[in-house]
Structures are given as C-alpha cells and as structure tokens.
Design a protein around this ligand. Structure first.
Ligand SMILES: Nc1ncnc2c1ncn2[C@@H]1O[C@H](COP(=O)(O)OP(=O)(O)OP(=O)(O)O)[C@@H](O)[C@H]1O
Ligand SMILES: [Mg+2]
Length: 224
C-alpha cells in the first residue's frame, strides 16, 4: 500500500495570547484509496489538522510527508505549487464566483499551476462530467441549487487530479437528501481510487469512511 500522507508527531500551537494547543503531537498515515473521516466536538482541532494536511498552515513541530516527499519546510511558493497539483479542497461554503460560469469556476483551480488554458478547459469539462454536471458548463452558480453548487466546488477540487481530496463539513449546508447525494458522490470517487479525508459532525456521514479519526481537545485517536 502506498501512503499519501504521513504525519510524524505533528503539533500546532496558536501563539495567542492566549496560547491554544489546537493539535497535540500526532502521528497518522493515510494510504492511497483510504476514505478517512474525522469527527470530534467543535473546537477540538479538526480544521487545524485539515489545514495542515492541505498546506494552508504549517505545523509548530513534527514532520509532514506528502506522496513520499517532505513538505514540512517548503517555501510559500512551493507550498502553493503543491496545493495546486496534489490537494483538492471542499468546504462547507462553496466559494464559487457568482459572475463566472461553472466551467470558469472549475478552471480557476488551474490558475496558479501553469496549465495551458486549453488543457485547463478540458480538465474542467472532464471534472464537471465526473460530478454529473456535464451540461452545466455555461450556467452561473446563482442558477444552481445548493447541491449542484457543491458539485461544482467538488469538480473544481478534482480538476487537477489531486492525490487527496480534503473536505471540511462538505454537507454541512445541505438538506439531508442533497447531503446523501453528495456523500454518494464521495463514495463513488473513493471507489474509483480517490483518497478522501472528510470532517463531519454526523456519525452517519462518518460511517462512510473506511477509517474514522477522533479529535478531542487536540488529541487524535483512531477507532477501528
Ligand atoms: N487562527 C487561530 N488562532 C488562534 N486560535 C485558533 C485559530 N484557529 C483555530 N483556533 C483555536 O484552535 C482550536 C481548534 O480549532 P479548529 O478550528 O481546528 O476546531 P474544529 O474542530 O474545526 O471546530 P469546528 O467543529 O467548530 O469547526 C479552537 O480552540 C480554536 O479556537
Ligand atoms: Mg472546523
């Protein structure tokens, strides 16, 4: 099994004041094809962990290796490059630009990774098809339902064919039927090999993972 993510004794302390030990020294390995769900109370450190995994934030101590290379000490530019090629993010809010078409929104993921416009367009069309919105390329996000908007956001995350899809409460803004459809999409993406890490408050959602990590006061544990 190839590991995608290896965290070794990674911690995150927000300097404050007051100082917050948001993530105590934690080690975890995520393998290719894993669907890891992360649960825990509000403020327990879930987003802190996900932000470190996504290179949006740096650990205070410990080492992080992504696809076998150490990314702990990369410069800001290098981190941005790795984010653009290896990481796909999906958040609770869709963060779509209202004045841009769905296709343009998905293409925005390639803005900083040197992809030609033509290839970017192809990748974006492919990703829209993968989330079931192949016919929606020229629509504006404001003309879509919440579930469809989240699909566009997922397409944007998938367009660069990332090593891992990082999702922070991706169904948090959706009604239960729409949430179920989005979860089915994550199941489908994972079944075709995509590595997924997903934060949720909902035990039923968490059960979609083949592994569940629990956060409590910054301490990570795993039940199997
Ligand atoms: N930028 C920051 N500066 C200082 N403290 C922070 C910062 N971001 C988060 N924290 C604190 O770190 C702790 C963990 O926050 P985090 O956002 O990781 O929690 P969470 O588990 O994602 O919570 P929620 O379920 O509410 O999203 C909290 O005590 C929070 O107040
Ligand atoms: Mg959070």
């Amino acid at each position: 099994m190839t590991s995608v993510v290896e965290l070794h004794e990674v911690s995150r302390v927000y300097a404050g004041p007051p100082e917050v030990r948001a993530l105590e020294a934690s080690s975890v390995t995520i393998d290719e094809g894993d669907f890891v769900t992360i649960v825990g109370p509000s403020g327990s450190g879930k987003s802190t962990l996900l932000n470190i995994l996504g290179l949006l934030d740096k650990p205070t101590s410990g080492t992080y290796s992504l696809r076998g290379s150490d990314v702990t000490l990369l410069s800001e530019n290098e981190r941005a490059r790795v984010r653009g090629t290896d990481i796909g993010f999906v958040f609770q809010s869709f963060h779509l630009l209202e004045q841009r078409t769905c296709l343009e929104n998905v293409m925005l993921s390639d803005l900083y990774n040197g992809t030609s416009e033509r290839e970017s367009r192809e990748r974006a069309n492919h990703a829209l098809h993968a989330v079931g919105l192949g016919e929606y390329d020229q629509r504006l996000p404001t003309e879509l339902s919440g579930g469809q908007q989240q699909r566009v956001a997922i397409a944007r995350a998938l367009a660069s064919d990332p090593a891992v899809l990082l999702c922070d409460e991706p169904t948090g803004n959706l009604d239960s039927a729409t949430a179920a459809a989005i979860l089915a999409l994550f199941d489908e993406l994972n079944a075709s090999g995509r590595t997924v890490v997903l934060i949720t408050h909902d035990a039923e959602v968490a059960s979609h993972g083949n592994r569940t990590l629990h956060m409590l006061d910054g301490t990570l544990s795993e039940t199997s």
